[in-house]
Design a protein around this ligand. Structure first.
Ligand SMILES: Nc1ncnc2c1ncn2[C@@H]1O[C@H](COP(=O)(O)OP(=O)(O)OP(=O)(O)O)[C@@H](O)[C@H]1O
Ligand SMILES: [Mg+2]
Length: 255
């Protein structure tokens, strides 16, 4: 039977020398949900998603992707991608001087029957991506445009669209709205909503609580390497969530 979870994490531990970054993390990501991962600087958020992305190997614990246990000895960044897990790190993920279509297919080119890169098809697919996936039809964007002509929000959109194009089932966004203007944040939140509409799952890391609150279905709070609480959106207001994060849950009222 197909699992209702995109990912299940069980008892994950990870240390860097004397620093215990993760101390027994249990967490589930449901299919078709946007899960916010919250917590202070140094709480372990990036460490957690890097385990998911195949960058770090945990010292202990299990990861189950769509019902199948992952063998960490054979797990890597490329294996994670092959399993449909795409991580969007800020900035670094686009070649600014390259046209959009090259960015979409970098490292994963479309080839023709002779084995050469099929630039025409890559451009056509990029145009389709811009209109169908991003809804940027008529916005004057062309596959030949350079990334430099995209706004910050559109850049985030392009990497999200690229992940969806390659059929990622889990898209991890690390601080996608940080340092964006208000109108740009709106765009990113709309792109994130498209992830859910496509039935895919998303982990959304952000310190910008009002943005996360609008985007996410559930909120997982990491504190010093442990999941302190997981809250459904229906169980907490934005103010309650803010207070929860500020006080670390000491005698709090969430509603
Ligand atoms: N590669 C590394 N080598 C050594 N220590 C590390 C490494 N990566 C993370 N750490 C430590 O592990 C702890 C958790 O760090 P992590 O980056 O996961 O936190 P975070 O929740 O993502 O914080 P932020 O919100 O600041 O991004 C911190 O104490 C950090 O210094
Ligand atoms: Mg981090």
């Amino acid at each position: 039977m197909a699992s209702s979870y995109a990912v299940e994490l069980r008892g994950l531990w990870k240390s860097f020398g004397a620093v215990s970054a993760l101390r027994g993390v249990d967490l589930e990501l449901k299919k078709g949900e946007i899960l916010a991962l919250l917590g202070d600087n140094g709480a372990g958020k990036s460490t957690l998603i890097k385990i998911l992305a195949g960058v770090h190997r945990p010292d202990r614990g299990e990861m189950i992707v769509d019902g199948r246990p992952v063998d960490f000895r054979a797990y890597s960044v490329s294996q994670a991608r092959a399993m449909g897990i795409e991580t969007v790190y800020q900035e670094r993920s686009l070649g600014e001087r390259q046209p959009l279509w090259r960015n979409v297919f970098a490292g994963r080119p479309l080839k023709n029957r002779l084995g050469f890169i099929d630039a025409r098809r890559e451009k056509a697919e990029t145009m389709k991506l811009l209109s169908d996936v991003l809804g940027l039809k008529g916005a004057g964007l062309h596959a030949d445009a350079s990334v430099l002509t995209l706004s910050g929000g559109e850049r985030q959109g392009l990497v999200i669209a690229r992940a969806m194009y390659f059929d990622a089932s889990i898209i991890v966004l690390d601080e996608p709205t940080t340092a964006l203007a208000v109108s740009e944040v709106e765009k990113v939140l709309q792109f994130v909503a498209r992830i859910r509409a496509a039935g895919k799952s998303c982990i959304f890391i952000s310190h910008e609580l009002p943005h996360v609150y609008r985007a996410a279905d559930r909120f997982a709070v990491l504190e010093r390497g442990r999941i302190a609480v997981v809250l459904d959106k229906s169980a907490v207001t934005l103010d309650g969530l803010m207070r929860r994060l500020m006080t670390g849950g000491e005698g709090d009222e969430l509603a």
